[in-house]
Design a protein around this ligand. Structure first.
Ligand code: SF4
Ligand code: SF4
Length: 206
C-alpha cells in the first residue's frame, strides 16, 4: 500500500513559471490520494489563469491508456509550459517518459504504508521514499534507476553509458542528465545537496 501527500504549496507554485497542464490520477483504490487538497490547489491555479487544461483519469501508470489520453489533449499540453502530475511516483515517471521534451513535475510525495501492493503491472518503479526527487531529476527516479540509489549525482563508474554495478543497464544518472538537457533544466543539477528526511516514511506509516 502507499499514500501520496501534496507537496508544500510554495514549492509547487515555484515550479510553475508559466501555465501548467494538470493530470490527476484517481486510479488504484489501494492508493490514498489527497484529492480534496489537490482540487483546492487547482482551483486557485484556475482563478489565476495558470492552467491550460485538466485531465483526471485512472491508472496513468498504464502506458497505452495514458498515451490515448495525452494524444487527445495534445493542444492543451502544447500550450502549457509544464505538466503537473498529481499521482504516485510511478505515474509521474510514466508521464515524463511520454512527454520527454516537456517539463513534467510531481505535485505529490509518495509514502509506503503497511499492506499488500496491487497487482498492476508497472513499467517504472518507485520505492515510495517519502520525498520525491523527480522534480530535480527530469522525472527519472534516482532511487530505482541507479543501482546504488544515489540521490546526489553520478558515482563516476559508468562505462560507455552502462552502470558499473550492472553492465546490462544504462547508468541512471546519465539518463537523468540527458533528460534534464532535453527540457532545459540542467541547472537542477547545481542545486545544493538536499538532506533527506527518512523519518517521513515512519510518519506516514503511523
Ligand atoms: S524519488 Fe523515486 S522512490 Fe522517491 S517518491 Fe519519487 S519516484 Fe518514488
Ligand atoms: S554507474 Fe550510474 S547507475 Fe550505476 S551506480 Fe553509478 S551512478 Fe548509479
Amino acid at each position: 500500500m502507499l499514500v501520496t501527500k501534496l507537496k508544500d504549496k510554495d514549492t509547487l507554485v515555484s515550479l510553475i513559471t508559466g501555465k501548467a497542464f494538470v493530470i490527476n490520477c484517481h486510479g488504484c483504490k489501494e492508493v490514498g490520494f489527497p484529492e480534496k487538497e489537490a482540487e483546492e490547489f487547482q482551483k486557485e491555479l484556475f482563478r489565476e489563469g495558470k492552467i491550460t487544461g485538466v485531465l483526471t483519469t485512472d491508472y496513468i501508470c498504464n502506458p497505452e491508456n495514458l498515451k490515448l489520453h495525452l494524444d487527445m489533449r495534445s493542444k492543451e499540453i502544447d500550450e502549457a509550459d509544464c505538466v503537473l502530475v498529481f499521482s504516485c511516483g510511478v505515474g509521474v515517471q510514466t508521464v515524463s517518459e511520454h512527454l520527454e521534451t516537456k517539463r513534467v513535475y510531481a505535485a505529490c510525495d509518495t509514502f509506503a504504508v503497511p499492506g499488500g501492493q496491487g497487482v498492476t503491472p508497472l513499467e517504472y518503479d518507485c520505492k515510495q521514499c517519502g520525498e520525491c526527487y523527480l522534480n530535480l531529476t527530469g522525472g527519472i527516479c534516482p532511487l530505482t534507476a541507479c543501482s546504488k540509489s544515489l540521490v546526489n549525482g553520478q558515482c563516476g563508474g559508468a562505462k560507455n553509458g552502462k552502470c558499473e554495478v550492472d553492465p546490462n543497464m544504462e547508468c541512471g544518472w546519465e539518463r537523468i542528465q540527458r533528460r534534464l538537457a532535453m527540457v532545459g533544466r540542467l541547472d537542477a543539477l547545481r542545486c545544493p545537496v538536499q538532506i533527506r528526511d527518512y523519518g517521513n516514511e515512519v510518519d506516514a506509516a503511523e
